[in-house]
Design a binder for this molecule. Structure first.
Ligand SMILES: Cc1ncc(COP(=O)(O)O)c(C=O)c1O
Length: 340
């Protein structure tokens, strides 16, 4: 039975080049700032994203948390998408550990937050209210790329209203590749940016938070507080360096595969998917003739794993190849023929 895992782009295994780099990595104690491989990765990330400094952390969740804790204090507020990872999927960390209040807003269909609405929920300076300090965006948001002119407008609003601007850029390289721009065209305008090495870039572990020297100094302190100070972390940072050097441009292949897969699935009566909505490496589909849970189970029995959410999510990545597409489409077709 074939195993094709489309649940997420986090499922990739480290490549041979990554394993070789990990085996050879020069290491030291990173809590003392003495791991040369971590230092190199942090310098590469900061330079690439157009920021002064970066800090290497185990996960995107921790990276976002450190950003929130470094921008905000107890009783402060951040504006964020209702379905944003930083709000919905991080265990309420900002509230649990920072006494920071979220002000969630619905994302628009294009993954943006309506800036008029953002402006309206910024609290006046008044003892009744939390202090609104930070606006958080996500790019890509469910696979959608935020337009560059929208980012300009968000930055102008943040400057005008004295908010800091954070980007959960877990997949910001997908956005840059899709827009055919260097990533700093997106990232440099933010006060902080978190991105993941362990998603489309294919590394086994790790994220980086980028920002000013001062912000990253605060984030390093919070990293230690939250137990994220690692020691000979060069072993994993080495894979991250390979990811940044070799796996950025190839994201275009994942985007093309997602598009081709969406077109294949769109031809199946009983499934609804719009290839026109697929911008990067994610596609979402609904089962219109049958039951989503039994469809996912049917796929799993054929060795094809998809994310059993509503709508169903499929994510392409380094270990998914164009040759896999016919098998996925055929397995999906078989569900409807069997049901008929
Ligand atoms: C948009 C987004 N931000 C942040 C994260 C968190 O990353 P991690 O799983 O490394 O904590 C994810 C993970 O899926 C994500 O999709």
């Amino acid at each position: 039975m074939i195993a094709i895992d489309l649940r997420s782009d986090t499922v990739t295994r480290p490549t041979r080049a990554m394993r070789a780099a990990m085996a050879e990595a020069e290491v030291g104690d990173d809590v003392y700032g003495e791991d040369p491989t971590v230092n190199r990765l942090e310098a590469m990330a900061a330079e690439r994203l157009g920021h002064e400094c970066a800090v290497f952390v185990p996960s995107g969740t921790q990276s976002n948390l450190l950003a929130l804790l470094s921008h905000c204090e107890r009783g402060d507020e951040y504006i964020v998408g209702q379905l944003a990872h930083t709000y919905k999927y991080e265990g309420g960390g900002a509230a649990v550990l920072g006494s920071i209040q979220p002000q969630p807003l619905d994302f628009g269909p294009d993954g943006t937050l309506d800036l008029d609405q953002v402006a309206r929920v910024i609290k006046p300076d008044n003892i009744h209210f939390a202090r609104t300090r930070l606006l958080c965006l996500e790019n890509t948001q469910a696979g959608k790329v935020l337009p560059l002119d929208y980012l300009d407008q968000a930055k102008a609003l943040a400057d005008r209203r004295r908010l800091a601007l954070h980007l959960d850029g877990a997949r910001v390289f997908n956005a840059a590749v899709k827009l055919r721009v260097a990533v700093d065209r997106i990232s440099a305008r933010f006060d902080s940016v978190s991105f993941c090495l362990s998603k489309g870039l294919g590394a086994p572990v790790g994220s980086l938070l980028c920002g000013s020297r001062d912000l990253i100094r605060r984030a390093r302190r919070w990293r230690k507080v939250t137990g994220g100070g690692m020691r000979q972390a060069g072993v994993i940072a080495a894979a991250g360096i390979v990811a940044l050097q070799s796996h950025v441009e190839r994201l275009a292949e994942d985007h093309a595969n997602a598009q081709a897969l969406a077109r294949g699935m769109a031809g199946i009566a009983g499934l609804s998917v719009d290839p026109g909505q697929v911008q990067t490496n994610m596609l979402f589909l609904s089962v219109t003739a049958g039951d989503a849970a039994s469809f996912c189970e049917h796929m799993r029995e054929r060795g094809i794993y998809v994310s059993a959410e509503t709508p169903i999510r499929m994510v392409t990545h380094l270990d998914f190849h164009a040759e896999h597409i016919p098998a996925v489409v055929e397995a999906a077709e078989a569900y409807f023929t069997r049901a008929a």
